[in-house]
Design a protein around this ligand. Structure first.
Ligand SMILES: Cc1cc2nc3c(=O)[nH]c(=O)nc-3n(C[C@H](O)[C@H](O)[C@H](O)COP(=O)(O)OP(=O)(O)OC[C@H]3O[C@@H](n4cnc5c(N)ncnc54)[C@H](O)[C@@H]3O)c2cc1C
Ligand SMILES: NC(=O)c1ccc[n+]([C@@H]2O[C@H](COP(=O)([O-])OP(=O)(O)OC[C@H]3O[C@@H](n4cnc5c(N)ncnc54)[C@H](O)[C@@H]3O)[C@@H](O)[C@H]2O)c1
Length: 449
C-alpha cells in the first residue's frame, strides 16, 4: 500500500495545534497538519477575538450610559453592521495568514478530518498517512441538545456572524457564552432572554458576585428564566417558540432566533479513535502528565480537547508547549498548571483566580475573607459604575492571597495582578508595600487587602 510518512501529524490548527506544528517543523521534523474548517481555530475565527471586537462599542456605550447627565448628554448609537465589517478586517485574514505561516515552515496542509486506521496510520483526503507521532488538538464544539426541534438552534458561530441582530433572541444556557452574548446583544438594543436549567449563572465564579451580576443584567433589560427545562423548539412564521417547564408549569416563549449556549464538548466524533486505540472519555482525550494518550503512546493531545484542559486560550498554548517539548526531546516535560485566571466579558466583568471561598475554607484552617461592594470608592464613583465588588481570600497563617474574585468594569485587568500575586506567593504586606499608579483600577487592590 502507498503511504506518506511524517514525523508528526497534527489534527486541528487552533492555538494548540498550530503551535505544535510550527515548533516541530522549526526543530527539523517533517510535519503535516489537518483542519476540517478554516485554518486558525476557534479563538481567532469564531471565539475570543471576534467577540471582543463586537464588545468594543458596548464598552463605549456602557461608559457613556454610566455618565449620562454627568458630562454625557447623548448616548452613542451602536451600529452592528458597521462593527461586523470592522470585525471582518481581523477575522478574514486569519485562515490564509495561518496557512501561509505554516507553509513557509514546510508544514504540509490538509483540509479534511483524518480518521485513524490503526495506531500510527490515518486516512485523509484519500491518502494514507503514517506518522511517528499524532497530535490531537481539535478543540471543542457546541453540545448538541437532545430535544425536538434542536435543528432550529443557532450556535455561537452564527451569533458572531449575524449580519443583522434580531429584535428578540433567546439564549439557552447562562454560562460564559450566554452571559457575554446577552450583555452585548442587550446593549445593541436586542430583547434578550436567557433560559438556564440550573438555578444560577456562571457556576465557576463567586456566588455573591454572580448574584449581583444577575441583578445588573436585569437592569439592562436581560430576562432570566432559571430552573427551566426545555422540551422542544417549534418554527413559526417569523419566530421560533421554545416550550419549557418551570416550577411544574408548562409555558412557552417566542423569539426571532434561539441560540444554543448550553456548553461545549470535545470535538472527537469524526476521528475514529477506537481504530487508533486512543483512550477518551466525555471530558476529551485521556492524557497523562506528559499529555500523552493513556493507551496509544504515539498520540498526544493538547488544548480544549485534552481531558486535562480548562477550555481557555492561554491554557491551550501552555499545553501545546509541553506536547512540543515531549515530541522533540522525548517525554521530558510534565504539565504544571499555575493558577489560571478566568473572566467573563460582561459589563461589568466578572473575574476569578485561585480558590473559591468554599474551596479555600476546606483547604486551610483559617481563611480571612475580605468581601465588599464598594460603589463608593473613588474609581467607581468617578465613572458612576453600575457595580464594583470583590472577595479576596487570605490564608491567615502565611498572610498569602489564595483566591481573588472581582466584579467591575476593569476586573479582567485587575485580576491579572492578583494572578501574579498568588502564583508568586506574595504576602498581602508585600503587595500593599508596592507603589501603583494613582488613580488607577490596579491601585485598588491595595485597598482590597
Ligand atoms: C464564543 C467563544 C468565546 C470565547 N472567548 C474566550 C475568551 O475570551 N478567552 C479565552 O481564553 N477563551 C475563550 N474561548 C475559548 C477558546 O476559544 C478556546 O479555549 C481555544 O480556542 C482553544 O484552542 P484549541 O487550539 O484547543 O482549539 P480550537 O481553537 O477550537 O482549534 C481546534 C481546531 O481543530 C479543528 N477540528 C475540529 N475537529 C477536527 C477534525 N475532526 N479534523 C480536523 N480538524 C478538526 C477545528 O476546526 C479547529 O480549527 C471562547 C470560546 C468561544 C466559543
Ligand atoms: N471569557 C472567556 O474566557 C470565555 C468565553 C466563552 C467561552 N469560554 C470557554 O468555553 C467554555 C464553554 O462555555 P459555554 O458558555 O459554552 O458553557 P458553560 O459550561 O460555561 O455554560 C453552559 C450553561 O448552559 C447550561 N445548560 C446546559 N444544558 C442546558 C439545557 N438543556 N437547558 C438550559 N441550560 C442548559 C448549563 O447549566 C450552563 O450554565 C467555558 O467553560 C470557557 O472555558 C471562555
Amino acid at each position: 500500500m502507498d503511504y506518506i510518512e511524517y514525523d508528526v501529524f497534527v489534527i486541528g490548527s487552533g492555538v494548540a495545534g498550530r503551535y505544535v506544528a510550527k515548533t516541530c517543523a522549526k526543530a527539523g521534523m517533517t510535519v503535516a497538519i489537518a483542519d476540517n474548517r478554516e485554518f486558525g481555530g476557534t479563538c481567532a475565527n469564531r471565539g475570543c477575538d471576534p467577540k471582543k471586537i463586537i464588545l468594543g462599542p458596548t464598552e463605549v456605550f456602557d461608559f457613556a450610559d454610566n455618565l449620562m447627565g454627568k458630562g454625557i448628554s447623548t448616548l452613542p448609537k451602536l451600529n452592528w453592521k458597521a462593527n461586523q465589517k470592522f470585525k471582518k478586517k481581523f477575522t478574514d485574514k486569519v485562515p490564509a495568514g495561518t496557512e501561509k505561516i505554516l507553509e513557509k515552515l514546510g508544514v504540509t496542509l490538509y483540509h479534511q478530518s483524518p480518521t485513524f486506521i490503526d495506531k500510527n496510520t490515518l486516512l485523509v483526503e484519500g491518502k494514507t498517512i503514517v506518522a511517528k507521532k499524532i497530535v490531537i488538538a481539535t478543540g471543542q464544539i457546541p453540545r448538541v441538545l437532545d430535544m425536538e426541534g434542536a435543528k432550529f438552534l443557532k450556535t455561537s458561530d452564527d451569533f458572531l456572524e449575524l449580519k443583522k441582530l434580531p429584535k428578540t433572541i433567546i439564549l439557552i444556557g447562562a454560562g460564559y457564552v450566554g452571559m457575554e452574548f446577552a450583555h452585548m446583544a442587550a446593549r445593541y438594543g436586542c430583547d434578550v432572554t436567557i433560559m438556564e436549567q440550573g438555578s444560577t449563572t456562571l457556576k465557576a465564579f463567586d456566588p455573591d458576585l454572580t448574584t449581583e451580576l444577575v441583578e445588573i443584567s436585569k437592569k439592562i433589560g436581560i430576562k432570566f428564566l432559571f430552573n427551566s427545562e426545555i422540551s422542544s423548539i417549534e418554527k413559526l412564521n417569523k419566530n421560533y417558540r421554545v416550550n419549557y417547564k418551570k416550577d411544574d408549569k408548562n409555558s412557552s416563549l417566542k423569539a426571532r432566533m434561539i441560540f444554543n449556549t448550553a456548553g461545549r464538548v470535545p470535538a472527537i466524533n469524526e476521528l475514529d479513535l477506537e481504530k487508533g486505540k486512543v483512550a477518551y472519555s466525555d471530558n476529551g482525550i485521556s492524557v497523562n502528565a506528559f499529555l500523552q494518550n493513556t493507551s496509544n503512546k504515539d498520540v498526544y493531545a493538547c488544548g480544549d480537547v485534552s481531558d486535562h484542559s480548562v477550555p481557555l486560550t492561554p491554557l491551550s498554548g501552555i499545553e501545546a508547549k509541553v506536547v512540543s517539548e515531549n515530541i522533540i526531546n522525548g517525554n521530558s516535560s510534565k504539565i504544571k498548571i499555575p493558577n489560571v485566571p478566568s473572566a467573563v466579558f460582561t459589563l461589568p466583568n466578572i473575574a476569578t483566580v485561585g480558590f473559591s471561598e468554599a474551596e479555600a475554607k476546606k483547604r486551610y484552617n483559617n481563611i480571612i475573607v475580605k468581601h465588599e461592594f464598594v460603589s463608593d470608592w473613588y474609581n467607581a464613583k468617578r465613572s458612576n459604575e453600575k457595580a464594583y465588588g470583590y472577595k479576596i481570600l487570605i490564608n491567615e497563617r502565611t498572610n498569602q492571597i489564595v483566591g481573588a474574585h472581582i466584579l467591575g468594569s476593569y476586573a479582567v485587568e485587575t485580576i491579572n495582578l492578583f494572578t501574579m500575586a498568588i502564583n508568586l506567593k506574595l504576602t498581602t504586606d508585600a503587595v500593599k508595600n508596592m507603589i501603583f499608579i494613582y488613580p488607577s483600577w490596579g491601585n485598588d487592590i491595595k485597598s482590597m487587602l
